[in-house]
Design a protein around this ligand. Structure first.
Ligand SMILES: Nc1ncnc2c1ncn2[C@@H]1O[C@H](COP(=O)(O)OP(=O)(O)OP(=O)(O)O)[C@@H](O)[C@H]1O
Ligand SMILES: [Mg+2]
Length: 172
């Protein structure tokens, strides 16, 4: 696979290694912009799983996804767990931080969203077994300074098409 550089911002770096893309976002705006690139690519039935600790930038990314879908009030649904937005398509934003297990996720009926919406899940590791096998996985890691995040992107299961659309959308 070719190694390309991002045209959006010179500070972004892309590595394509074993089908894992790694992007450096310098500042919250770049993380939101990356989210917006994904938002443009989403279809109903797509699942996006976000991994990373407190303050890693998951909600910032989700805000960008929402913005690209025409939704401007995306905030962390930590207490409600799931928030549905009506944008270009139904967009369900979940935060599994307060859930204990995949079983609890299913008992609450949250899995029902996967059929009728594009779904983004923060703290996906908490409920991993309840998520569709085909999903885009993004892991948010610390960068070299306070305003930098390293975001690792990979397709799990049959989500290769979504990854391709996402990557093609912004030429990343
Ligand atoms: N490059 C960056 N990308 C994203 N956020 C950044 C970046 N640099 C600094 N930040 C700051 O880090 C914080 C990220 O918060 P955010 O709510 O998005 O994290 P989170 O992963 O959703 O955390 P939580 O698990 O608590 O919901 C914000 O205060 C944001 O301003
Ligand atoms: Mg959050």
């Amino acid at each position: 696979m070719p190694i390309l550089t991002l045209p959006i911002s010179p500070s972004w770096l892309k590595i394509d290694w074993m089908n894992t893309h790694e992007i450096i976002c310098s500042g919250v705006e770049e993380t939101e912009a990356l989210g917006a690139a994904l938002g443009k690519s989403l279809h109903i039935g797509d699942c996006v799983a976000l991994f990373g600790g407190l303050g890693a930038g998951k909600t910032a990314f989700a805000r960008g996804v929402g913005a690209a879908l025409g939704v401007n009030d995306v905030s962390s649904p930590t207490f409600t767990i799931s928030m549905e937005h009506e944008g270009r398509l139904p967009f369900v934003h979940m935060d599994a931080y307060r859930l204990q297990s995949a079983e609890e996720f299913i008992e609450l009926g949250l899995d029902e969203a996967f059929e009728r919406a594009a779904v983004l899940v923060e703290w996906a590791d908490k409920v991993l077994n309840a998520l569709p096998e085909s999903r885009l996985e993004l892991t948010f890691l610390e960068g070299e300074n306070e305003s930098e995040r390293v975001i690792r992107i990979r397709a799990h299961g049959e989500a290769g098409m979504l990854l391709e659309r996402f990557v093609a959308k912004e030429n990343i």
